[in-house]
Design a protein around this ligand. Structure first.
Ligand code: HEC
Ligand code: HEC
Length: 430
């Protein structure tokens, strides 16, 4: 800097100082306005635009492609030029030097001219840096592999996606619905007999995690290929999950909530039917531990017979007896036969209601629409009225309210006709 320059700067400085703006409050005021505007803009973006949603973080997902935000992509891309041991050049040395240069800039560049054209070295350097950043960013965007598509947001969509994948990839060996059987037309496996994977035997004894791992890693020794990307297959985690969801959809215990809703509550006074109300409930909530093969205390609920007669403490259900083992146990009591059932989670109130009313009404295999009763009375002795009266009691609920229709079979002349009697409610159970 020569004296003339110094002189010029000094003059300008004095001039500005006299009628220029003050840092406080003038500049601060402007800053405050600008910061506030940016703050409002950010709030607006956050409220109205938001951030694109990605699937929830899943540490076990090997197919997720992690990438920094766009403004750091160039740094990330630069790392690719410094692989392995020399990575620190990209992560520390180059950015470090750049920042150091920025700090030292006032000391390095003391030229008075400020117009870019008067400062070719600085202008060129900065332009080169900007071009480099843009180029690296573009390169990073181009080379980023597509994020795997989300496979179905709802359970239903997942199962549908899983079914499609299953039909494409698995059905040729396992059959369209996992029924197994003899493999046809698959190199190396033709003639092999595969176990069903849609059976209770498979589904009740394997967790989803097991199925997931079988699909992910395969069973190389047995001829089951690996499907996980990490194991040379073509399914990402979401696809495997979809297939697993489809396999699980065969599980007869599972009733998808959106389809079934909670077990329908009974109408007031309605007597539950074993097949319609009770059996599905026992299957869903109890058969995991009480079926053939896996019967805790030898109690099997897969058939009416089993419910009524099996078990180490049989009978666990006695018609009409609300102190039956099963009733006490679902009411979460601990009795000699065992603890609360199901052990982990109480039945829903409407489920308890179904079982309770069923037992109360006699725990019958078929709904106790009072069985039709037939009575035959033979009329004798009265003149002109000999013959047989057959009465049929039409089933009513509960117990025996209903209508009795009696027909007098013609015996003698003058005495044919129909007698209709009504059974008064309150008659004891037949
Ligand atoms: C090339 C034929 C083939 C294909 C394709 C195939 N599997 Fe398998 N899979 C097998 C064989 C063989 C076994 C082992 C024998 C067995 O368990 O019956 C097996 C075993 C399994 C098992 C374990 C069965 C058990 O009883 O433990 C599951 C679960 C399974 N496969 C699911 C799938 C799914 C899901 C797909 C599609 C993504 C698939 N498999 C595709 C041949 C195949
Ligand atoms: C997670 C497994 C599991 C589930 C689910 C389960 N139980 Fe049990 N149950 C057991 C075990 C274990 C016992 C043996 C007694 C004990 O350990 O409490 C048992 C015993 C019983 C017994 C006694 C049988 C006897 O004669 O000794 C009855 C009755 C019973 N359970 C009914 C039910 C009913 C009803 C359900 C469904 C609402 C159910 N359980 C669900 C595990 C289960």
């Amino acid at each position: 800097m020569n004296d003339q320059d110094k002189q010029a700067i000094h003059e300008r400085y004095q001039e500005e100082k006299e009628h220029g703006v003050k840092f406080y409050p003038d500049i601060i005021y402007k800053d405050a306005i600008a910061s506030f505007a940016i703050f409002i803009l950010l709030v607006g973006l956050a409220v109205f635009v938001g951030v694109a949603k990605e699937p929830a973080a899943d540490p076990s997902d090997t197919s997720y492609v992690p990438r920094p935000e766009w403004y750091f992509l160039f740094l990330f891309e630069m790392l690719k030029f410094f692989p392995g041991q020399i990575e620190f050049v990209g992560t520390a040395i180059i950015p470090g030097i750049a920042i150091l240069l920025l700090f030292l800039l006032p000391l390095i560049d003391r030229r008075i001219k400020r117009h870019p054209r008067s400062r070719p070295v600085a202008t060129l350097t900065m332009s080169a840096v900007v071009v480099g950043i843009v180029a690296l960013t573009i390169r990073a965007v181009i080379t980023t592999p597509a994020q795997p598509e989300t496979v179905g947001a709802t359970h239903k969509e997942q199962v549908a996606a899983g079914q499609k994948l299953f039909e494409e990839q698995c059905a040729k060996c396992h059959g369209q619905t996992g029924e197994g059987g003899e493999v046809k037309d698959v190199e190396g496996l033709t003639g092999t007999f595969l176990n069903a994977i849609n059976s209770d035997d498979y589904l009740f004894t394997r967790t989803d995690e097991t199925t997931y791992n079988v699909v992910d890693y395969g069973q190389p020794g047995l001829g089951m290929p690996a499907f996980g990307l990490a194991n040379g297959g073509q399914f990402n985690n979401q696809q495997i999950n979809a297939v697993v969801a489809f396999v699980r959809s065969w599980d007869s215990r599972i009733v998808v909530e959106e389809e079934a809703g909670p077990a329908a509550a009974l109408a007031p006074g309605e007597i539950p039917d074993y097949e319609k109300h009770v059996a599905p409930l026992l299957k869903r909530r109890c058969s995991a531990c009480h079926r053939e093969g896996v019967a805790k205390n030898n109690y099997v609920v897969s058939s009416y017979q089993g419910v009524m007669t099996s078990g180490d403490h049989a009978p666990d259900v006695v018609g009409g007896d609300l102190n039956s083992n099963l009733i006490l146990m679902i009411n979460r009591q601990k009795i000699e036969a065992g603890g609360p059932m199901p052990p982990t989670k109480a039945l829903a109130p409407q489920e308890m209601d179904i079982i309770t009313r069923w037992v109360q009404a006699g725990a019958l295999p078929v709904r106790a629409e009072t069985p039709a009763l037939t009575a035959t009375v033979t009329l004798t002795g009265t003149p002109r009225a000999t013959g047989t009266v057959t009465s049929t009691i039409t089933p009513g609920t509960p117990h025996v309210t209903g209508t009795v229709t009696s027909t007098v079979t013609p015996g003698t002349p003058h005495a044919t006709g129909t007698v209709t009697s009504t059974v008064v409610p309150g008659t004891p159970k037949p």
